[in-house]
Design a protein around this ligand. Structure first.
Ligand SMILES: Nc1nc2c(c(=O)[nH]1)N[C@H]1C(S)=C(S)[C@@H](COP(=O)(O)O)O[C@H]1N2
Ligand SMILES: [Mo]
Length: 375
């Protein structure tokens, strides 16, 4: 089978360039928001605690652009796949390198989107750690993409504008005498755009509140769960269903304090409307009530502007111990929450107490807190 035997007129550079632009925009958004997400999961000191919904927006965009990239990548691969049967398969060393580069690019891109998609389902059918693998595959795919764009720059320039189509049509292999290609291309691109729109509209509701009613296919409905909020790790999974009889919140510092739930309840109580923004893509806002972290620090004699380490009752798990950076610790909206939406926290949401802070990933909103100390 030779490249020229493919009959559709849409296996052409112009279609590839238009799809490439859309796919490029989705991938760039996905890469930048992903990089940001990777960095902020380390609780960096440079992350401001405002805007409150900052991480919610960037991570929502990360998952939305990643999902949108799937139909775009399929369409792009379909458009260019006759190139797989190019003849002769290798024309020069440079040509061999370019083809090898494309093989790596396509493999990295497919794996990257697949691992991301599986992560939104919380399904990890592989032995390697998700976050590091997803991070390095992201660099591999992006680096490969930049090289690919550089190698194809002459063609991209020729076909960037539609006005040049007359010049192109004469040089294209695979175009048959099926009439003008432009209406066909328009129909194809409209179908691709419609599929992107469809997958976006039926999944984006997991993070965009006004699309919630259309959220048919996202793994999570952000309003389903105890107290109207989803749960990733339940109290049963974490082994925290029954509270030790002698539970106290320990706050380390120059004057360490140990506070019972009653004592916590007698401290000044505040409320904050803050989101849980899970790295897997869902996010939901709730009204949290409890004690300000900075008030607890003052009790223990810890100066405002200190980074903290938070420890959960949970026996193991990657989020048992987390860092709370200085700016978040100082923020008046950062609470040791005892209540959500007016009710005492359900065990699955972190009873007796959890961290809730503005502009940070859900993984760091530690549940079942037992100790707060200088980090
Ligand atoms: N101790 C502890 N806290 C945790 C987790 C965990 O596994 N252990 N999961 C985190 C994750 S990934 C998210 S998205 C939020 C979810 O909070 P929710 O279950 O109350 O909605 O809790 C976070 N807090
Ligand atoms: Mo999460």
């Amino acid at each position: 089978m030779r490249e020229g035997t493919f009959s559709s007129a849409l296996h052409d550079p112009r279609t590839a360039v238009v799809l490439g632009r859309w796919l490029g925009a989705a991938l760039l958004t996905c890469f930048l928001t992903g990089l940001f997400s990777h960095l902020v999961q380390e609780s960096p000191a440079w992350l401001p605690s405002r805007p409150v919904n900052g991480y919610r927006v960037t991570q929502g965009l990360h998952v939305i652009s990643g999902i949108a990239a799937v139909p775009l990548l399929v369409a792009k691969l379909w458009t260019v796949y006759p190139k797989l049967f190019e003849w002769p398969p290798v024309r020069s060393v440079l040509h061999a390198l370019e083809r090898l580069g494309i093989a790596v690019l396509v493999a990295a891109m497919l794996l990257e989107l697949l691992t991301g998609l599986f992560n939104t389902l919380q399904w990890y059918p592989w032995p390697f750690p998700f976050r590091q693998t997803h991070f390095w595959l992201g660099w591999l795919a992006t680096g490969g993409l930049l090289l690919h764009v550089a190698a194809k720059l002459p063609q991209i320039r020729t076909h960037w504008r539609r006005a040049r189509r007359a010049a192109r049509n004469t040089g294209t292999t695979g175009t048959t005498g099926t009439g003008p290609v432009e209406p066909q291309r328009r129909a194809f691109l409209t179908a691709v755009a419609a599929s992107v729109g469809l997958v976006t509209l039926t999944t984006a509701g997991q993070s965009v509140p006004w699309l919630r009613s259309l959220d048919l296919f996202a793994p999570r409905r952000p309003d389903l769960g105890p107290q109207g909020l989803p749960v990733n790790r339940t109290a049963a999974q974490a082994g925290t269903t029954t509270l030790p009889a002698d539970w106290r919140l320990e706050v380390g510092g120059p004057h360490p304090v140990r506070l019972s739930l009653d004592e916590l309840a007698r401290l000044p109580q505040y409320e904050a409307e803050l989101p849980i923004a899970c790295v897997e893509g869902w996010s939901a806002s709730a009204r949290w009530g409890g004690v300000r972290i900075r008030d607890l620090l003052a009790l223990a004699g810890v100066p405002a502007g200190t980074a903290l380490r938070i420890t959960s009752l949970e026996l193991d798990g990657p989020y048992r111990v987390t860092e709370l950076p200085a700016e978040h610790a100082r923020d008046p909206l950062t609470l040791l929450a005892l209540r959500v939406n007016g009710e005492v926290l359900a065990p699955d949401h972190g009873y007796p107490a959890r961290i809730i802070a503005p502009n940070r990933p859900g993984v760091l909103q530690t549940k079942w807190v037992t100790r707060i100390e200088v980090g």
